[in-house]
Write a protein that binds this ligand. Structure first.
Ligand code: SF4
Length: 421
């Protein structure tokens, strides 16, 4: 089985951004982009700019802002001048907000067929976007879909087609609404479009996006809406989005949490790194779950290491934080830098070389210092990432390894050896 990234479902391409922000491509062979949305008021310019810049610094490729009122679109010119990432205006109910946002120079519009359905209004937005070369996302959310009387028969027909699915009726409504809306865009010969069809139900999201990918060649914006707080929303989101992405479906993603949106960006990126759909930026942290062999406060250490690495390491250095020398060396295989803890101490390896045996209190600072020095050496070309891995020579009697605390204390871990890959 190939370990490469999933083969992508082929789609059209849309582009958003300008010289100042850079242009983000969605669809085709472009890397899967990460979106998020500000949580604060758009009309509060300073706070909105601060939030957008913070999200961009966390790795967001695109940031969406809500524009429910005229004062929100009025703020866009100032916001756009102070940010360096493409901005999407999220429009519901009032098509005038879309026209105002386009006039302000926004980079993309999101329309919801569930609440802006008047053909003349949609045409006005399409024409404005066409004039400025701005794409539109058609976002069909399960929660905002309202059945229309004259389309009932068609929905019932589609409902029968999808009746084998648990969510056949909802899928039918979402796809019917999407088809109706796309007819308006087709009639205007406007194809600068991407599509989303979100729900809070992960299984419905998987089913409906599979069907949309089968029917349309527009790029797809994936999301599980109202996923809840990060603690549970992460599972709900990654189950649905990860399944689709592993099947090659999806061109841009937004994870939605009732939490700080920075988490949305961090988790979306980690999901894409895991699937090989984005090139990792920053360190990759491996850590053991701990067990009855542990003799340091590894959970605290891991969180501190994670924060330090996020702040200070830009290269994809693989760092392992392991609780002991019993299984640690094997599980840390492939790490550039590793610490094996035990008996209130830590032994630090840098690409195979044992460089330090320090007390528990010193582990964090020394590990970070080694990571920074290693990053400099990689940048200068002196060493390469992943050049050496940690190996363990079996079989020192497992009983001895099992009580390896004494060896750690003595700085004697000869059973841990290093080999080139
Ligand atoms: S590395 Fe050691 S402490 Fe961590 S889970 Fe494995 S055996 Fe337990």
């Amino acid at each position: 089985m190939s370990s490469g990234p999933p083969a992508r479902h082929r789609t059209r391409v849309i582009r958003l951004g300008d010289e100042r922000t850079g242009v983000v491509t969605i669809g085709g062979d472009a890397p899967v982009s990460v979106q998020t949305m500000t949580a604060g008021y758009t009309h509060d310019v300073d706070a909105c700019v601060t939030e957008i810049n913070r999200l961009a610094a966390a790795g967001a490729d695109i940031v969406r802002v809500a524009v429910p009122e005229r004062k929100d679109t009025a703020a866009l010119v100032e916001i756009l001048a102070q940010t360096q990432v493409p901005i999407v205006a999220d429009v519901h109910f009032h098509y005038q907000r879309a026209l105002e946002a386009v006039a302000a120079g926004v980079h993309k519009i999101r329309l919801n067929p569930g609440n802006i359905a008047d053909r003349d209004q949609v045409n006005a937005v399409i024409d404005a976007c066409k004039d400025r070369g701005i794409p539109i996302r058609i976002g069909v959310n399960e929660g905002s879909i309202v059945e229309r009387k004259d389309k009932q028969r068609r929905k019932e027909e589609l409902g029968k087609i999808f009746s084998e699915h648990q969510h056949g009726h909802l899928m039918a409504i979402m796809i019917a609404r999407l088809e109706e809306y796309l007819e308006i865009f087709d009639a205007r010969d406007f194809h600068d479009v991407c599509i989303s069809a979100k729900s809070m139900d992960a299984r419905l999201v998987i089913a409906v996006y599979r069907e949309i990918a089968r029917r349309f060649d527009y790029p797809l914006h994936l999301g599980v809406t109202h996923a809840g707080p990060k603690e549970t929303g992460a599972i709900r989101s990654v189950v649905a989005l990860g399944t689709l992405l592993a099947e090659g479906i999806g061109d841009t993603v937004r994870i939605s949490y009732a939490s700080d949106p920075v988490y949305e960006v961090e988790d979306a990126l980690e999901m894409l790194y895991c699937l090989g759909l984005r090139t990792r930026v920053g360190a990759e942290l491996i850590a053991c779950p701990t067990c009855g062999r542990i003799q340091v406060d590894l959970f605290t250490l891991v969180q501190e290491v994670r924060r330090k690495l996020a702040d200070e390491i830009e290269l994809p250095i693989k760092v392992a934080v392991m609780g002991c020398v019993v299984n640690g060396p094997g599980e840390a295989e492939g790490a550039d830098i590793a610490v094996f803890a035990g008996d209130r101490r830590g032994i630090i390896y840098v690409q195979g070389e044992r460089v330090a045996n320090v007390s528990e209190e010193e582990i964090l600072d020394r590990l970070l210092a080694e990571c920074l020095a290693f990053q400099s050496r990689v940048r200068s070309g002196e060493v390469a990432l992943g050049q050496k891995t940690v190996e363990i020579i079996p079989p020192d009697p497992i009983g001895t390894l099992g009580s390896g605390v004494d060896k750690i204390a003595a700085g004697d871990v000869e059973q841990v050896t290093i080999g080139r890959t």
